[in-house]
Design a protein around this ligand. Structure first.
Ligand code: PGA
Length: 249
């Protein structure tokens, strides 16, 4: 049985006092959970989050990292820096990184390598744009993103990988993929893993759905056979909404 995951991607939201408030509220609401619960605040609040959540089941993830171990990369953060704070999970390949910061499959594949080399867990995101879906290319786009980003890896690396399917047209738009569209894509992703690796691996990988997941649609999405939880943006910024989503997993 795959354990579900509910991960909150805070994006560029919450300064330090606001982070403290939200974490306090989450800590008091989420004392135990059936699902794995993860929050990903901005870099500036990771140390605070690790400290505040040390006796809580809520884990802390980073939203990004650089693939080089160190050096002259102004403004960047390495895997080792995250690990030294106690952050062992990182989101890679979010569509905002891909589009606004021009992160290509080749860059993301190097980021995945850097994280895995440091024994981190990665939440690897991908998803098609609206025009891809309209033109019927969504399966091809998604399989190319997964193959180019991750298929150079041996199967032994995969226990540290969580996949997150996030159709770009559903992120922050209020438009969710229907449960049928999401389930269909998740089943396709598992089939793609099966073709490259084996059934045990394909069945064990957790595949999250992301894109306008809210308290009122989470339960239905998470009950689909191939959907193992969600990556939550907007609704992760509100303790009550996020807790309700965690409870529906
Ligand atoms: P959203 O964002 O829930 O606000 O649509 C999801 C994400 O970008 O991970």
């Amino acid at each position: 049985m795959r354990k579900k995951i509910v991960a909150g991607n805070w994006k560029m939201n919450k300064n330090q006092p606001e982070t403290r408030d939200l974490l306090e509220a989450l800590k008091s609401r989420i004392k135990q959970a059936k699902a794995e619960v993860i929050v990903a605040p901005p870099f500036t609040n990771l140390a605070l989050a690790v400290e505040m959540l040390k006796d809580s089941p809520i884990q802390v993830a980073a939203q990004n990292l650089h693939f080089e171990p160190k050096g002259a990369y102004t403004g960047e953060i390495s895997a080792d820096m995250l690990l030294s704070l106690g952050v062992k999970t990182v989101i890679i390949g979010h569509s905002e990184r891909r589009s606004y910061f021009h992160e290509t499959d080749a860059i993301l594949s190097k980021k995945a390598d850097a994280a895995l080399k440091n024994d981190m867990t990665i939440i690897f995101c991908f998803g098609e744009e609206l025009k891809d879906r309209k033109e019927g290319r969504h399966f091809d786009v998604v399989s190319a993103q997964i193959k180019n980003g991750l298929f150079h890896l041996e199967s032994s690396a995969w226990p540290q990988i969580i996949l997150a399917y996030e159709p770009v047209w559903a992120i922050g738009t209020g438009e969710t993929a229907t449960t049928e569209q999401a389930q269909e894509m998740h089943a396709f992703i598992r089939k793609t893993l099966l073709q490259k690796y084996d059934a045990t691996l394909a069945q064990s990988i957790r595949i999250l759905y992301g894109g306008s997941v809210k308290a009122d649609n989470a339960g239905k999405l998470f009950s689909q056979p191939d959907i193992d939880g969600g990556l939550i943006g907007g609704a992760a910024l509100n303790a009550q909404d996020f807790t309700q989503i965690v409870e529906s997993a």
